[in-house]
Design a binder for this molecule. Structure first.
Ligand SMILES: N[C@@H](CCC(=O)N[C@@H](CS)C(=O)NCC(=O)O)C(=O)O
Length: 204
C-alpha cells in the first residue's frame, strides 16, 4: 500500500484523491491522520515531507513524494492514465489550468490563515482582501474558458479547478461565486456530480 498524509478539509489532498479514484488507485492508498498547520508543525507529516504540508505520499518502495502536483503526476504514470494530454498545446493548457485551480486554493488558504492562524493583533484585512482579489480574477478567467470544459474529471486542469471551486463552497460560501459565473456554475453542477467528486467532498 501507498501511504498518504490525508485531510478531509484540504483541497490539495482532494485533488490527489480525485486523481486516485479516476485512475482506480484509491484502494491502494492508506490514509494517515494529519493536522497540518502553518505555525503548529505536525512532525508526523515531516517524516514524508520536510515542509510538513499535506498531501505527502510514501510509496511501497519508500519514495516520498510531494506536493499535490507531483503526486498526481506520479499516480497518473503509475496507472498509465491519461489525465495529462500528450498533445503539446493541450498539455500546456491543462497544466496552466491546474496552476489556476491551485492558485485559487493557495490564495483562499492564505486569506483563511490570516484569521485562523494569526493572533488577532497581527491580522490584516488588507492582506486577505488582496488574496481574495486573486480568487475573483481567477474565477473571471475560468468563466471565460468554462464553455470549453468537459463534464468528466479526465484532465488534471479540470480536476484542479473543480477542487478549487469545491473549496470556495466549503470555506468561502459567502463569496456566492455562482451568481456572477453562470457558465462555470452550469459546468460545475455536472462535474461535481461525478462519483470521484462526490466521494471526496470536503468536510470537517
Ligand atoms: N503546493 C502544495 C500546497 C500544500 C498545502 O499548503 N497544504 C496545506 C493544507 S490544505 C498545508 O499543509 N498547510 C500547512 C502549512 O502551510 O504548513 C500542494 O499542492 O500540495
Amino acid at each position: 500500500m501507498m501511504q498518504l498524509f490525508f485531510a478531509t478539509t484540504s483541497a490539495y489532498v482532494r485533488k490527489v484523491m480525485v486523481c486516485a479514484t479516476v485512475l482506480g488507485l484509491a484502494e491502494e492508498i492508506e490514509r494517515l491522520d494529519s493536522a497540518a498547520h502553518p505555525v503548529v508543525r505536525d512532525e508526523r507529516i515531516a517524516l514524508f515531507n520536510p515542509l510538513a504540508k499535506v498531501p505527502a505520499l510514501r510509496t511501497e518502495d519508500g519514495l516520498c513524494l510531494y506536493d499535490s502536483r507531483v503526486i498526481c503526476e506520479y499516480l497518473n504514470a503509475r496507472a498509465q492514465g491519461h489525465l495529462y494530454p500528450e498533445n503539446a498545446e493541450a498539455r500546456w493548457k491543462s497544466l496552466a489550468r491546474q496552476a489556476l485551480g491551485d492558485g485559487i486554493i493557495d490564495a483562499a488558504l492564505l486569506a483563511r490563515y490570516e484569521f485562523t492562524a494569526r493572533p488577532p493583533e497581527k491580522q490584516w484585512q488588507g492582506w486577505a482582501d488582496a488574496q481574495l482579489k486573486k480568487v475573483t480574477a481567477a474565477l473571471a478567467e475560468i468563466e471565460h474558458q468554462a464553455s470549453s470544459f468537459r463534464a468528466q474529471p479526465d484532465d488534471i486542469g479540470l480536476i484542479a479547478i473543480g477542487c478549487a471551486l469545491g473549496y470556495l463552497d466549503f470555506r468561502f460560501a459567502e463569496l456566492n461565486w455562482r451568481a456572477s459565473h453562470p457558465l462555470t456554475a452550469a459546468w460545475f453542477a455536472l462535474f461535481d456530480a461525478h462519483p470521484a467528486m462526490t466521494a471526496t467532498h470536503p468536510h470537517v
